[in-house]
Structures are given as structure tokens and as C-alpha cells.
Design a protein around this ligand. Structure first.
Ligand code: PAF
Length: 280
């Protein structure tokens, strides 16, 4: 039976019971709207610990003023069914007052990594992400936490935050799960019209092409320009960059892994994706 807790007290009572029995805890934070990408995180979490906790909390502080907070899909009933089917042990569904009580000290910021790529067009987004994940880690205190590589910048930033504040928690990542046509799974794909949905996989095709170009020794400038030109036919390109995957800075002789990352608008929907590979 999956335990559903909407208060911290209730959740922690269960967690303490498990911890006192020597059971390890893996944690998968989400904003609901669950799809196979989330379920892959759950599957990895199950391999890594005795008990798996998933949270569903649509965090207001990571949405900008003109973003989709009010519209963000709420599919809780369906999420519960999916999580039960996947034998998750506990679901945490707090309200905003539980996560952000008035006396909460609120000095967690994303730092330098939060100001580039998605942070340019979403200036407060990563502070909000760092803040909520910090708060959730404080509440759940897991042994392991699992995040997806689709939000690669978020993943690196959470790894940094965790090293700084929660060195005892191990952060693991799970490769992006894709639809058959290559589109990265995302809750926001629900916003796409039929026509937009047919166009959306071009994003991943552009990433694959850019990777191929890189491996064929095309310069970063050329391959990113080519991709931006191609994508601009169907999308409004926010950024398309090839960077060192460990630092998200320029590629240097010391770079061992490359990340090609992009964000585009398709109509009013913002899509992000990336591809990570060894420099070779
Ligand atoms: O990736 C997400 O779904 C969210 O950014 C997270 C990590 C659950 C924080 O709200």
C-alpha cells in the first residue's frame, strides 16, 4: 500500500519508522503530470534503495510571472494510479504552506550556473528550483535522490547544491526517455497542438545532427549556427549551445564530455532538450 502524506508530520512519521528499521530511502521529486520519464526515475530509485518516496508539488517559486504556473497540468488521480502500479512506497503531496512556512529562512540561490542558458530567459527559475529541492531534501532526508537528464542544467545545479548542503545525499541521474519519434518526454508536451506535435521531434533531430557535425570536426560556431538556422524555420530559438558537459562552460582541451543543449518556443510552449556524449 502506498502511503499518501500531505503533511510533513505524517510523512516524517513513516520515514522515521522505515529509517529505524534500517531501510534506505530513495527520493524522486516531481511536479506531477507524470509520464514514462518520471517512471524511469522511479525504476532507478527502486534499484538503489529499500523504499521510494515521490513528491508531487508544483513549485510556484520556479515559475516566472508570465509562465504557465496556473495552467500546469494537474493529474493527481492518474499520478497516484501510476505510482501505485509501480510499487512506490510513499507519495508526498504538500501544500504551499508546508513547503514555505512564513518563518522559513530563504537564502538558497542557484549561483553562477543558474544565470546561463535557461537562466537567461528565466531569471528566477533556478533559484526557485534550488530553494524547493533544498527544502524537500531537508524534509525527506533521503539517502539517494533521482533526477532526469532532460533538465541537464537543473541536474548540475542540484548536484552542486547537494554537495554544499547535503553531502550525505547521493544524487543520481537517469537518461532522457523519448517518444518513438525522438521527442523528449515532458509534461509540457501536453500543450502542443497536433500540428506542433508533428514538428516537435525536429528538435532532437537537430541535436543528433549537431553531434554528428561535432564528431566530424565542424567547429562549434558552425554547427550551432547551422542548427539555429534550421530550427528557426519552425521554432523560435532561445539558445542552442555546445559546451563542456561538466561545467557548462566553453569546450577546452581538458573537456572530456560534451553537452549540446537547446531551448526553443513552439507556439507558446517552451521545449528544452540536450544530448551528452564523450568528446572522443
Ligand atoms: O524537474 C522538476 O520536475 C522540478 O524542477 C523539480 C526538480 C521537481 C523541482 O520543483
Amino acid at each position: 500500500m502506498m502511503q499518501i502524506s500531505n503533511t510533513i508530520t505524517d510523512l516524517q512519521a513513516k520515514l522515521n519508522e522505515w529509517k529505524s528499521q534500517g531501510q534506505s530511502i530513495a527520493f524522486v521529486p516531481t511536479m506531477g503530470g507524470l509520464h514514462d520519464g518520471h517512471l524511469a526515475l522511479v525504476a532507478l530509485a527502486k534499484q538503489k534503495a529499500d523504499k521510494v518516496i515521490v513528491s508531487v508539488f508544483v513549485n510556484p517559486t520556479q515559475f516566472g510571472e508570465n509562465e504557465d504556473f496556473d495552467q500546469y497540468p494537474n493529474t493527481l488521480e492518474q499520478d497516484i494510479t501510476l505510482l501505485e502500479q509501480h510499487q512506490v512506497d510513499g507519495l508526498f503531496t504538500p501544500n504551499t504552506d508546508q513547503i514555505y512556512p512564513q518563518d522559513l529562512e530563504n537564502d538558497i540561490v542557484a549561483g553562477e550556473l543558474g544565470g546561463i542558458l535557461c537562466g537567461v530567459s528565466r531569471p528566477e527559475h533556478f533559484d526557485g528550483v534550488a530553494q524547493v529541492v533544498h527544502r524537500l531534501f531537508e524534509i525527506v532526508s533521503p539517502d539517494v535522490a533521482v533526477f532526469g537528464q532532460k533538465d541537464y542544467q537543473q541536474l548540475l545545479l542540484i548536484m552542486q547544491m547537494t554537495t554544499q548542503y547535503f553531502p550525505e545525499i547521493k544524487v543520481l541521474s537517469q537518461p532522457t526517455i523519448r517518444e518513438e519519434d525522438g521527442l523528449a518526454m515532458s509534461t509540457r508536451n501536453q500543450y502542443l497542438s497536433e500540428n506542433e506535435r508533428a514538428i516537435a521531434p525536429y528538435l532532437y533531430q537537430a541535436l543528433l545532427q549537431a553531434k554528428q557535425d561535432y564528431l566530424n570536426n565542424t567547429t562549434v560556431e558552425m554547427l550551432t549556427n547551422t542548427a539555429k538556422n534550421t530550427l528557426s524555420v519552425d521554432f523560435k530559438v532561445d539558445y542552442f549551445e555546445a559546451l563542456d558537459a561538466n561545467t557548462l562552460k566553453q569546450i577546452t582541451d581538458n573537456t572530456s564530455k560534451i553537452a549540446i543543449l537547446c531551448a526553443v518556443f513552439l507556439g507558446s510552449t517552451r521545449l528544452i532538450d540536450n544530448i551528452i556524449f564523450n568528446k572522443g
